[in-house]
Design a protein around this ligand. Structure first.
Ligand SMILES: Cc1cc2nc3c(=O)[nH]c(=O)nc-3n(C[C@H](O)[C@H](O)[C@H](O)COP(=O)(O)O)c2cc1C
Ligand SMILES: CC(C)CC(=O)C(=O)O
Length: 390
């Protein structure tokens, strides 16, 4: 069974008109509602789903909501500086873009639109291996630092060539995704028999044999994506392969998908350049903890030896603030970018980033912070610290 280039019903192939999608969104939730009202169902479901019962999906949000802000007052906040660096590259604010596959399902320009919006906002984009625009075309679209997300394939030569292409195209780091030896079970995708629409391709694999997958034993009753991933991804991947990854190109290596302090320590022993705390947007192992709850122990184990990033459920400027207060260098957003793309392509992603940037700035002003180093651990506390006192 091929994962790509299979015709679907015509109604599912084209983005629907925004009838009934409501007024201009004023927050990320409303961008999502717009996307739900306008995208083909199979695309929206693929983007929105978490694994199984989606307990972790809800927790990624709920855990942020359980944290309370502790503002300081009467500090001159007339000027706020949100600039920082990630692996040495400047960004205008510490909210960057996580890799999400197949962005052309959300908007015709897909990854190109995301790259241009990131350039306009001066933030960092991470391109998925499974993009619907090639690594070279995205590099050419916008002159800003970008990272390339790499899955390690059974075909190691294909993997190495992808990494080298990213390096040649000017990407600044490889984010190696380590939480996907098998694809998590997203039940809506199973129901929808989800596949990439016929008019799109996995652009990085064109002509390399990777844009098509082998047949499934279940006669196609599962998500087409699960079968596609199973046929390509190298499940034998292990820590010693970090050395191999180092040998295939010269880019810094970020390990994406760290969920325990134990693994953060191993990652550092292996000499990785940064740690990305992620549960893959709750799409892999359901019932793992939220990333904001995982973060403090990992930050403690890392103890300042490398940068630590977080993604998962970031939908508000205060979420980014909380992650920074708990030790993250920066946060990354996945789905909000897709909702921006679905709304209005490049402009939509720009608006999503603008919204989060402004909310983050306001969170800083209302907590008495004028620079990122003013954001303190003590400015965030768990709700139980209040409940236990009443
Ligand atoms: C539709 C979708 C596709 C994704 N594709 C990839 C991918 O190709 N590679 C990867 O490492 N992570 C992928 N992720 C995970 C994201 O990089 C990120 O970890 C997650 O979306 C963060 O959570 P958020 O969506 O709540 O912001 C994907 C996530 C979504 C929602
Ligand atoms: C092609 C997929 C493996 C992309 C992905 O990481 C996801 O859907 O979560």
């Amino acid at each position: 069974m091929d994962f790509v280039n299979h015709p679907m019903g015509a109604a599912e192939e084209t983005v629907r008109t925004p009838t009934g999608a409501g007024p201009e969104p004023v927050n990320i939730r409303e961008f999502e509602a717009y996307a739900k009202a306008t995208l083909p169902k199979n695309a929206f479901d693929y983007y929105a789903s978490g694994a199984n019962d989606m307990i972790t999906l809800r927790e990624n949000r709920a855990a942020f909501e359980r944290l309370r802000m502790r503002p300081r007052i009467l500090r001159d906040v007339s000027h706020v500086d949100t600039r920082t660096t990630v692996l040495g590259d400047p960004v205008a604010f510490p909210i960057c873009v996580a890799p999400t596959a197949m962005q052309r399902m959300a908007s015709p320009e897909g990854e190109l639109a995301t790259a241009r919006a990131c350039a306009r906002q001066q933030t960092l984009m991470t391109l998925s291996s499974w993009s619907t625009t090639s690594v070279e075309d995205v590099a050419a679209a916008a002159p800003i630092p970008k990272w390339f997300q790499l899955y390690v394939y059974k075909d190691r030569e294909l993997t190495a060539e992808l990494a080298r292409r990213a390096e040649r195209a000017g990407y600044k780091a490889l984010a190696i995704t380590v939480d996907t030896p098998v694809l998590g079970r997203r039940e809506a995708d199973v129901r929808n028999r989800f596949k990439l629409p016929a008019h799109l391709t996995m652009a990085n694999f064109a002509g390399a044999g990777g844009s098509h997958a082998e047949g499934t034993k279940d006669g196609g009753k599962d998500s087409g994506l699960a079968a596609y991933v199973a046929s390509l991804i190298d499940r034998t991947l292990q820590w010693k392969d970090v050395q191999w990854l180092r040998s295939i190109c010269n880019l810094p290596i970020v390990v994406k998908g760290v969920m325990t302090p134990e693994d953060a320590l191993v990652a550092m022993q292996c000499g990785v350049d940064a740690i990305w705390v992620s549960n893959h947007g709750a799409r892999q192992l359901d019932t793992v903890a939220s990333t904001i709850e995982l973060l403090p122990d990992i930050v403690k184990a890392v103890n300042g030896r490398c940068e630590v990033y977080l993604d998962g459920g970031v939908c508000r400027g205060t979420d980014a603030f909380k992650a920074l207060a708990l030790g993250a260098r920066a946060v990354f957003i996945g789905r909000p970018v897709l909702w921006g793309l679905a709304h209005s392509g490049e402009d939509g992603v720009y608006q999503v980033l603008e919204l989060l940037k402004k909310e983050f700035e306001m969170a800083m002003q209302l907590t008495g912070c004028t620079k990122l180093s003013d954001i303190q651990r003590s400015m965030v506390t768990h709700v139980v610290s209040y409940q236990s006192k009443i």
